[in-house]
Ligand binder design. Structure first.
Ligand code: ADP
Ligand code: MG
Length: 629
């Protein structure tokens, strides 16, 4: 190697085999989210500042200049370069060879083995989930230059590579190097020139590194002035008393990408066995993809203020609307997603945060009824999933739940309210589920309950049919559907002072019941006199042993059960219509009437007539008789 006195000698080195493998995967990666390279370089720069901070504790000379730590990102569109520079600890020659030519991290080898074992697209996913480190620069650059000066040293070093198997290393011209720290220059590929755009880079910094504990400045063009993009202060690490409502709201908006005000902030620090800080928000509007079955939570996980993933299941699915962050020092920074999910640390954090969020929601009505009501209106259907998914917290979730009922159209009645107002002798909580409040309120099944002054929960969320059928009880009270069997209303009727039906069961009526049982036997399991009807002529209920009719319909439409069980047709002996049908003598008129009564009950339930064509013909015959046409 020939050198002049001005030129410094440059050595060529081959990458360690593992690095070559990793680089090959980076360069040929089809991984679409290449933005992560910037997060990696900024995270390294921040680490370097933190290391300096730490080493300066025992060796104050290292940071004797008193310059505050900072990271500068510098763009140059003409030269198509992006530079990340820090004033952290820096690297000397040996450290560079060690850090940028080998792979020291213990997890990396195993990661690469998995990566190579995985196929195609899966492969790309793994890269994204893993902290890809310095070498991810080669996803967007065809040459990377590093120039660095170790804190406390005068010599500076350059490192340069095209990622093709070798790198060069040599002493740098001191005037070219930062006074202290590291400058990483990416010569961007043609595909990656968007990373010289101020808007793109600023957005990525805010999104991915907004809470890095070192301020980040951006210089958008050669010779330009730096502007500060982030201030390096992590909001959640500040004492609560120093954080204003607006600070919380701003942070919520930046972390959630939503533009409303949160309804609830939960900010706490857990100490003891596991140490973490959590800052969680209940949003003020529904995220658009809330009901997407694929959608998981969006809480962000930080390890020591470095963003790791927003894909870790930090909360159960029924809290997937909650936004925010958890920052822990109990996990290693370079943890893979799979390792996070299986980590006992994560399990402990999930329990802790879930408990705190639910407790805060439980207390909210005492201090801010308006926000609580809105939160329930927006997220009640999601929270109800927890009633059947999370056995441990079932009672707490039932206590939180609010309902529309036969006495209140507002979604504000709690089960405690319901129980407080139960009738003497009433042992169950009655509910009815259906597609809409209007349909439910018009339903004949409710007439007997109204007449007896018994409140009924009116449930219209799809999830209601699931939790009601498996929840058992709340505070010792069972849940009973008004469409299910006799709903022990008869027993209640005997106890209370509601007058029983005035109409005696005449022989005509019992023969009508027998006749209908026989005529409609393909459609209904039984026909019987009703105690729950006061106005309507007929209604359908589930057979005593059968499942709730609403649940059955949902399961049927989801293809989960093939044939629905036959319902029971109840007829109201007090109804003039029923009484008139009972004394019909013309056999064909009687048959038509029996079927029309069944069809009426079906339509009231939101269903179609048993046989629409036959229904139309019967109705025409009836019209013909009535109007003489
Ligand atoms: P990790 O950050 O997980 O250690 P990386 O691949 O991101 O892995 O970086 C490898 C190593 O390179 C770091 O551990 C560090 O020693 C060194 N390094 C990278 N960037 C810098 C920097 N800006 N300042 C000082 N050292 C750095
Ligand atoms: Mg790193």
């Amino acid at each position: 190697m020939t050198t002049t006195t001005e030129e410094k000698p440059v050595e060529q080195h081959a990458f360690e085999a593992d690095v070559s493998r990793l680089l090959h995967m980076m360069v040929h990666s089809i991984y679409s989210d290449k933005d992560v390279f910037l997060r990696e370089l900024i995270s390294n720069a921040a680490d370097a500042c933190e290391k300096l901070r730490y080493e300066a504790i025992s060796n104050p000379d290292l940071a004797a200049d008193g310059v505050r730590p900072r990271i500068v990102v510098r763009l140059n569109e003409e030269a198509r370069t992006l530079i990340v520079e820090d004033n952290g600890i820096g690297m000397d020659r040996d450290e560079m060879i060690e850090a940028l030519g080998t792979i020291a991290r213990s997890g990396t080898r195993a990661f690469m083995e998995r990566l190579e074992a995985a196929k195609g697209g899966e492969n790309a996913q793994l890269i994204g989930q893993f902290g890809v480190g310095f070498y991810s620069a080669f996803m967007v650059a065809d040459r990377v230059d590093v120039i660095s000066r170790r804190a406390g040293q005068t010599a500076a070093w350059t490192w340069s590579s095209d990622g093709q198997g070798t790198y060069s290393i040599g002493e740098a011209e001191p005037s070219d190097a930062p006074a202290r720290g590291t400058r990483v220059t990416l010569h961007l590929t043609d595909d990656a020139k968007t990373y010289t755009s101020k808007w793109t880079v600023e957005r990525i910094i805010r999104e991915q590194s907004g809470h890095v504990p070192v301020p980040i400045e951006l210089i958008e063009k050669e010779g330009g002035e730096p502007t500060q993009v982030t201030d390096g202060a992590a909001l959640w690490t500040k004492p609560k008393s120093d954080i204003s409502k607006d600070d919380y709201a701003d942070f919520y908006r930046s972390v959630s990408g939503q533009y409303d005000d949160p309804l609830l902030n939960v900010h706490f620090r857990a100490e003891g066995l596991h140490e973490y800080t959590a800052l969680a928000f209940v949003p003020g509007s529904q995220p658009f993809d809330l009901f997407d079955v694929e959608r998981n939570g969006r809480m962000k996980l930080y390890v020591r203020r470095v963003f790791i993933t927003d894909d870790a299941e930090l909360l159960p699915r029924y809290l997937r609307f909650v936004r925010g962050i958890v920052d822990t020092s109990d996990l290693p920074l370079n943890i893979s997603r799979e390792m996070i999910q299986d980590s006992p640390v994560l399990t402990a954090i999930r329990r802790g945060v879930t408990g705190r969020v639910l407790n805060a929601l439980e207390k909210l009505p005492e201090t801010d009824t308006v926000s609580f009501t809105k939160a329930w209106e927006l997220f009640g259907p999601i929270l109800k999933e927890g009633i059947y998914e999370d056995f441990e917290r079932r009672a707490q979730l039932l206590k939180l739940a609010r309902f529309r009922t036969t006495i209140s159209d507002d979604n504000t009645r709690s089960l405690d309210d319901y129980i407080k107002d139960m009738k003497p002798g009433q042992t169950d909580i009655y509910y009815m589920s259906g597609a809409s409040l209007e349909q439910l309120k018009a339903s004949p099944q409710l007439e007997g309950f109204r007449a007896r002054g018994i409140e009924v929960l009116l449930l219209t969320d799809a999830v209601d049919s699931f939790w009601t059928s498996n929840v058992g009880d709340y505070e010792g009270k069972g849940f009973k559907s008004v469409t299910q069997g006799l709903a022990d209303l008869d027993a209640k009727a005997d106890e209370d002072d509601t007058p029983d039906s005035a109409t005696e069961v005449t022989p005509q009526l019992s023969s009508l019941i027998d006749y209908m049982k026989d005529t409609l036997k393909e459609q209904v399991a039984d026909v019987r006199r009703s105690r729950r009807l006061t106005e309507s002529a007929v209604c359908l209920v589930a057979s005593d042993a059968g499942p709730d009719r609403q649940l059955e319909k949902i399961l049927q439409s989801a293809g989960r059960v093939k044939t629905a069980s036959k319902p029971v047709l109840e007829i109201n002996a007090d109804s003039p219509l029923v009484q008139a049908v009972a004394i019909l003598t013309d056999p064909s008129a009687k048959e038509d009437a029996a079927w029309l009564l069944l069809d009426e009950a079906l339509v009231l339930d939101g269903d179609r007539p048993a046989n629409p064509r036959a229904f139309a013909q019967r109705l025409s015959r009836l019209f013909a008789k009535a109007y003489g046409v």
